[in-house]
Design a protein around this ligand. Sequence first.
Ligand SMILES: *Cc1c(COP(=O)(O)O)cnc(C)c1O
Length: 366
Amino acid sequence: MRDKDFLMIPGPTPVPESVLLALAKHPIGHRSGEFSAILKRCHEGLKWLFQTENDVFIFTASGTGAMCSAMGNLVNRGDKVLSLVIGNFGQRWAKIAKSYGADVEIIEVPYGQAINPNVVRERLAKDVNKEIKIVTVTHNETSTGVTNPIKEIVAAIKEHGALSVVDGITSVGAIDCKQDEWGIDVLVSGSQKGFMIPPGLSFLSASKRAFEVHKQCEYPDFYFNWTDAKKNYDKDTTPWTPAINLIVALDKAFELLKEEGLENIIARHKHNATLLREGVKEMGLKLFVEDESIASYAITAILPPEGISVPDIRKTLKNDYNIVVANGQNDLKDRIFRMGTLGFCSERDVLTALASLKATINKLTK
Ligand SMILES: *Cc1c(COP(=O)(O)O)cnc(C)c1O
């Protein structure tokens, strides 16, 4: 059957019908009062979801754009950046920092594990001259399905005084992430993950401390510039033409998100991921991340059973059950498959996916 595909990949995620219909509207002028009112509501919605009093800027880009904005507004050539890497997306921070001229040191753990906050504390304690300016870390590592203990990691960074720059791309709006309470200096996210809209917007929120560091940045990024973004944000507008229709869609998505409430959204993700994990184990399949304390509520990585290949599982799920799941990335390609419970995903969707996965395995076993 056509037109019934259900995305269970970790982005893009499914989009509710009311949001799709909002996308179908004619563009409106971005310097109009009508658009400013929509943008203002989106700014308020973002602050609510980021759990911050900071401004949250909207950039026209996928999530990586906001990551570039973070480095491009903080880093001067030769600055020391410490990157905590537990997967592909943690690696991306290191690559971006290097591209802006930073001197990058990496702490990496085997994929499937999380960063131990004490390891961070010990490394930073050795930096007696306070040379490390920035520490980058991924809250939820989408490539492995591991959620870092971000509160404790950020606390360790705070003791040292470096800026904490956090990828919250698959945590904001899915897994509890309290920017202000936990003291995260820069937090970024992207629209096609927990926000229930298509790709094209990325979000960034910077603390006062981060803004002070930004002022010392010699050659700040032009398109993603924080100073320009702030000047315009204060007037409920944007420096350049924004992705108007996506912002209209975001406004609509916030209606749904606010109606559900942040606590309920976080509880739903936890419930659905746990249901998925339990169901997968009952089927006799192995989870890539067995430790419940670091298992992601946004994405679950699963090992294929003996004798059945990941491409066959993905193909059967797609062709016979209209369910799209993700392969592993890089070294994990064909070794795991990943099922998202991120964004617009209900308990029914998870139950359907579990039944479909079971039927898929049965078919492929025969
Ligand atoms: C999706 C994702 C990104 C950004 O990817 P884009 O393709 O640029 O949107 C970054 N970090 C994590 C953890 C992600 O899941």
